[in-house]
Design a binder for this molecule. Structure first.
Ligand SMILES: [Zn+2]
Ligand SMILES: [Zn+2]
Length: 333
């Protein structure tokens, strides 16, 4: 039976309508070589996981760590092939075309016990790689964020060194630590960690991070989901707040990091270690960011006499808050 291309197109149209799907840009194509490589990648992932499992016994679970960097666009637009209609849309309106190319990077640490640890490391892109004393003096102060900057806004060895000295060392001190890192060369130089006598580095094999790096499995996507929801909310309701300003990036990072550190997310964080293959037992079903912070039924903010549209349910105190009471008033735990 021959099927005309028009029939295929019409058929696909019904398929899409039946499943309430709409078209989006395709961003990744799989080649034959990728399929062959998949076996090699699977093997190196399995080999790595088995090696780590053997190493685990002498370490306390809170000292088995994974760290990773994640880039965020200042104006984020989703890139999905198909998404469900009615799903939080990606809004075409951006605050400024200039800002769409801006990005910053954040680095987190998560432990096998299921807890993010240390401060969140935020590095900003600064013109000429320079920040004046005046700017430094007026930076938003957040106890849970360590700030640095560079010209490119991307990671370099000196930024890794700063992270080790200001985030990693003060957090783990002299404890016996196993740190899993991906193979980005700037951070894998053992020399950089030489002062930390009880630290063992293990490098996650190339191309396996999606399967084996706990932060890649759930955390980074969940974190970005909070950030993206706040950006969308500001755009949708035309809130007069420029989230691309340096101090607002710091404040937003601090608030979102605080939210994801709630004990309510321990199972979710632990699950990513289980899914990676490091834990034998399934820690059980967990609730994600959408379920804990965004699926509330309330129509108004919980703060006294505030009738603003709610944005988020705090993962600590469970208050449903509007943008003003969450972001502007800095609702931190
Ligand atoms: Zn709260
Ligand atoms: Zn409010």
């Amino acid at each position: 039976m021959t099927i005309h291309s028009k029939q295929v197109i019409v058929g696909f149209f019904y398929f899409k309508r039946r499943h309430a799907l709409c078209s989006r840009k395709v961003t990744k194509l799989i080649t034959q070589r990728d399929v062959v490589n998949a076996d090699t990648i699977n093997n190196s992932a399995t080999h790595f996981i088995n090696k780590i499992i053997k190493l685990l016994p002498p370490y306390r679970q809170r000292n088995v760590l994974n760290t990773d960097q994640s880039g965020l666009e200042i104006e984020m637009v989703g890139n999905r092939t198909l998404s469900f209609k009615g799903e939080k849309a990606t809004f075409g309106k951006v605050r400024s075309v200039h800002n769409t190319s801006h990005s910053y990077t954040i680095q987190f640490i998560i432990s096998l016990i299921g807890q993010p640890i240390g401060t969140c490391y935020l590095w900003l892109k600064e013109k000429n790689g320079y920040m004046s004393d005046n700017i430094k003096k007026n930076l938003f102060q957040a106890f849970n964020v360590t700030i640095t900057y560079s010209k490119s806004g991307k990671l370099s060895s000196s930024l890794v060194k700063y992270w080790i000295e200001n985030v990693l060392e003060p957090t783990v001190r002299n404890e016996k630590v196993l740190l899993l890192l991906d193979s980005w060369s700037g951070q894998t130089d053992e020399q950089l960690y030489s002062k930390m006598k009880h630290l063992r580095l293990e490098i996650i094999p190339k191309k396996t991070t999606a399967m084996t790096q706990p932060l890649d499995i759930t955390y980074n996507r969940q974190y970005k989901h909070i950030v993206r929801t706040i950006y969308d909310h500001v755009r949708l309701y035309d809130i007069d707040c420029n989230l691309s300003l340096r101090n607002n990036i710091i404040k937003l990072t601090s608030l979102c990091y605080s939210q994801i550190c709630s004990k309510k997310f321990i199972l979710m964080h632990r699950y990513s270690w289980f899914q990676g293959g490091y834990l034998e037992n399934n820690p059980g079903s967990y609730q994600n960011v959408e379920e804990i912070c965004l699926r509330f039924q309330d129509y108004a903010c919980h703060e006294n006499r505030c009738d603003n549209i709610p944005l988020i349910q705090c993962s600590f105190c469970e208050k449903v808050l509007c943008f003003h009471h969450f972001f502007v008033m800095y609702h931190i735990h």
